[in-house]
Design a protein around this ligand. Sequence first.
Ligand SMILES: Nc1ncnc2c1ncn2[C@@H]1O[C@H](COP(=O)(O)OP(=O)(O)O)[C@@H](O)[C@H]1O
Ligand SMILES: [Mg+2]
Length: 269
Amino acid sequence: MTASTIVFANNKGGTAKTTSTANLMVALTSDGFRVLGIDADPQGHLTQLFGARDAPGTRLEDVIVVGDLSKAPSVVTERADPQTKEQIPLAGGVHLIPCSGDLAEVALGVARAEDAELRLRNAVALLREHYDYILIDAPPGTQPMSALAIIAADYLVIPTRPADLDMDGSEELYELVDGGSYADFNPNLRVLGLLVTQEGAKWKLAKETVLTAESADMRVIPQHIPFAVGVGRAPRFSMPTVLLEPDTRVALAYRRVAKWLTEEVAIHA
Ligand SMILES: Nc1ncnc2c1ncn2[C@@H]1O[C@H](COP(=O)(O)OP(=O)(O)O)[C@@H](O)[C@H]1O
Ligand SMILES: [Mg+2]
């Protein structure tokens, strides 16, 4: 069995790409799957969310620079406990390829190199046999790393808040994938759908979002993620909400999305 690779991307920032990647990594791991997360955003928020900034091991920028790897890159499974300094497993037992701020510069350099677009895709290919799911957290916008991340994946999930500018970002990305420039490099990429996140009291807006999406032929994942203040506190505990507050609506919603993703991927695998 080889991994299905899912990228979380939106041209807009703040749409819960990182939050969704982290929570779904943990939810899928606790469902018994072998899961690797890849932090492809030079901001390093996924790395930070798991407390893995200083974890020893390979960084994504190293993986991409080496390029002609003959064996699978090493992954991070542990971090130092800030109090005891002992090595402890990453929250939820997930595996991670972290990154540091150097990734931005590396990605720019890589963008000029031959076969640049395939660097991350090739690295992912070496890791596939070890995992059931590889989840990639992409940066916003159309910077080189977004392209590398999207080209490396089998499936795309577009997290979006129920707001106009997020929907613009979603649509722009959808057009790049659906017959646009990304499609040239990764014609088999399948868009699983929009994931509505941070849905609040403005539920009407969410309904509008679904309608806007459907009129642009974009599918919306049936389970939405509600807004909850507690989600913003997750990084300080190096633990996503699914673990930190497992009985909350947000945690339960992410668990349902994880189930939905596995069923959806099983259809296409
Ligand atoms: N369901 C939610 N409820 C409340 N806040 C959320 C929720 N999801 C994400 N956030 C917060 O919104 C901000 C942006 O989320 P993040 O995952 O970093 O977005 P992105 O990776 O798309 O830029 C973060 O501060 C995060 O904690
Ligand atoms: Mg992010």
